[in-house]
Design a protein around this ligand. Sequence first.
Ligand code: PLP
Length: 430
Amino acid sequence: MTAHTALPHSQDLLDRAARVIPNGVSAGGRDVYRDVVVRAQGAYLWNAAGRRYLDHLLSYGPIVIGHADARVNEAVHTVAARVGLTWVGPQAGEVELAEKIVEVVPSAEKVAFLNTGTDALQHALHVARAATGRRQILKFHGHYHGWAGALGVGANFDVAPGQAPPPGAPNSGGAGRGVGDDTHVVEWNDAGAVRAVFEAYGRDLAAVFAEPYLHSYTNAAPAPGFLELLRDLADAHGTVLVFDEVKTGFRDHLGGYQAIAGVLPDLTALGKALGNGWTIAALCGRADLMDLLGSEVTMDGTYYANPYAVAAARRTVALLEDGGIARMNRLGERLRTGLAQAIIDTGVTANVTGIGSGWIVNWRAEPPVTFRQAVDADFGRAEAFRLAMLDAGILLPPYVITDNRICAAYTGDDVDETIAAARRAFAMVA
Ligand code: PLP
């Protein structure tokens, strides 16, 4: 798999794709690879030339049990053979999955199933606006909440019009797009900036959106007391607190990061790992807010709570509960410890951050706690490291400030292979 030069076995499909699909792929960022994957199993991908890659991209998060997991797929095939997609009333699987989420996610009183994380966050926005009668929102720099509207990718970068977004920033083409007068964007972990926005606009703020543990760009924990501050200010101003747990949910903890932090939002967006790659997302939270869905706020999707995705999610959650998350956390810790030691031994200026199954090497002296710090890094070395890892058969995300992860299919040997390759790559770029 190469980053910039197409291998002969991929060129034909790439050429055909460029003729009939805008930008040659149906999602931004997939065009970085000049290669085509023909098989995925467990922790591995193979290209058409038969080269195997250890996958730390894992589709940006959904693959939590492993690629093409036979147990998850069997659950889908069974429901597809028996009932398929119908449009009549609630389905048993849908109810059982909702009951499970209410059981494990601390703030969930009611749950609605949707297709994507973007769906869940857009519905959260509409619910918050309907509940408060207000329009404005507060979000954090570098927190990704899907591609749409006031929460969209443009809201990640507070660059001036015409100015380029930070190097290495994904979705750079969207800079400035989608951010309107309704969106306040402040730095993650900046308590003073949050207080200032609430002081000036508190009575107009419908919602605060945050990834409670920042996974989208770098990995950065909330500062001690920061989530509590958001909770207190939201309560004091009648603002809805929304946690985007699209990446943290069913990965860092079965109950999401809120179960680790002990701070409960009003609404929670879930997606990605919930379905191990089958398309499903959820919005859950306070019953009085959730009950606005289907009454004051339209919620309609042909494929919402489709039985295939629901079956995949039920089996995925069962496997995560049955040791899957504990295994990922154990191996993730081993990986981060090994990488940190390799950094010390090779003397590169870098550090590792992450929790659970997540990890990232930050190419700067101190771990970043804000997005500004995350992009104040040695991108030259970061990219050289990524390419050296790719050469060694280790696939990392194409943008150097986006996080990496493992899944439950990883073995100790896979983790050690990653550490050994990183040690060689660190020495190479030092
Ligand atoms: N929220 C977070 C934290 C994400 O990482 C993503 C996707 O990367 C989304 C929301 C959007 O989810 P989707 O791509 O399923 O619309």
